[in-house]
Write a protein that binds this ligand. Structure first.
Ligand code: SAM
Length: 336
């Protein structure tokens, strides 16, 4: 592919001075779970194979964005492992010289059978989303009886630590029996970071009450003792970490509601249908699929991407009194 040297820049800085170097790519909106806060019981209206970007289209966009200053890519979904041959996409994206890291977030259900191929393809880190270690509650939250498969996926990925990093994402829901303390014990006993994500009022998430970082930390400190804020850099995003005495892994918090981090936001998102979305909350962005399929040149695409990123909003407005416009996509379509 030919790039225009005129439009190629090493870093992407938006109009608020934020360096945008991280792209979340949703490869499908299909998911094999039905988490209550993410997907309706009967699923969502699914897109056809033709409607979603092909691997070559994703590669083209990532390659152009790499030349502009994107250096890290997260593959997400829906459930990314539900997309056939995902390891081939990982291999393709790893061949882009400017991309330093390809990571994956998955519910883990299909991970055991795919992890070897992903590691061979060069995946750098895997996050498994798991909200509880209680199999009955897991089935209630996800509306699917897949706890054992998800756990086996996590265990299979752990075999590759420390060559690849493995993390857990857990969304505290305030449910009796969710047992956030037990979840943290994974970080105590294994080299796995456990991260608690505050429930965001996006899509079905609006129907749930958010448990704040402060509350969760208090619950953990009551059992594991005082936490110390970890000052080193871990990961590519807004997660901040704590260490607990005797723990092998760290405890992280992604607190988009109680500790808004939009001023440091480094990311944009590409939906499975090729919409470049610049903020989790708003529908603002550009239809790159339409451009690509109309035969648009790389120069034009670079220009559109650049203008889209420049128009990235200064931040979300999650508080009810602040909400001015509604996002019509749910989390499973955006990719988290
Ligand atoms: N299926 C993959 C997975 O489970 O990681 C990728 C997609 S999923 C949408 C990505 C992450 O978003 C998951 O960790 C999920 O728990 C989280 N998530 C979904 N809805 C959320 C919400 N309203 N607030 C916070 N996190 C949410």
């Amino acid at each position: 592919m030919e790039h225009s040297n005129l439009t190629r820049t090493k870093s992407l800085i938006d109009k608020y001075g934020r360096r945008i170097d991280y792209l979340r790519v949703s490869v499908t909106d299909r998911c094999n779970l039905r988490c209550q806060y993410c997907i309706p019981k009967d699923g969502i209206e699914l897109t056809t194979h033709e409607e979603i970007l092909s691997f070559n289209e994703i590669y083209r966009i990532c390659s152009l964005m790499g030349s502009m200053g994107i250096h890290k890519i997260k593959l997400t979904g829906g459930e990314p492992l539900a997309r056939k041959n995902l390891n081939q996409l990982v291999k393709q994206l790893k061949s882009i010289p400017e991309i330093d890291q390809i990571t994956l977030t998955t519910n883990g259900v299909l991970l055991e059978e795919q992890v070897e191929g992903l590691v061979e393809a060069g995946i750098d880190a895997i996050t498994v989303s798991m909200d509880t270690l209680d199999s009955n509650l897991y089935a209630q939250i996800t509306r699917r009886d897949e706890f054992t498969k998800a756990m086996n996926g996590l265990k299979a990925a752990y075999k590759y630590v420390p060559n690849i990093a493995v993390k857990i994402n857990c969304v505290p829901m305030g449910l009796e029996g969710q047992n956030l303390v037990e979840m943290a014990a994974i970080a105590r006993d294994y080299n796995i970071h456990v991260r608690y994500i505050e429930m965001m009022p996006i899509g079905l998430g609006k129907q749930f009450t958010m448990c704040s970082e402060e509350d969760v930390l208090k619950e953990l400190e009551a059992v594991y003792g005082k936490a110390s804020l970890y000052n080193g850099k871990l990961g590519n995003g807004p997660c901040h970490y704590y260490t607990f005495k005797g723990f092998k892994g760290k405890i992280g918090f992604i607190s988009a509601v109680s500790h808004k981090f939009c001023s440091e936001c480094n990311r944009v998102r590409l939906t499975s249908q090729g919409f470049l979305k610049t903020c989790l909350q708003y529908d603002i962005g550009s239809d790159l699929r339409g451009l690509i399929r109309s035969g648009c040149s790389d120069e034009k695409l670079l220009e559109v991407i650049s203008k889209t990123i420049d128009a990235k909003p200064d931040g979300h407005r999650f508080l009810k009194e602040e909400i001015t416009s509604e996002n019509h996509l749910g989390m499973s379509q955006i990719g988290g």
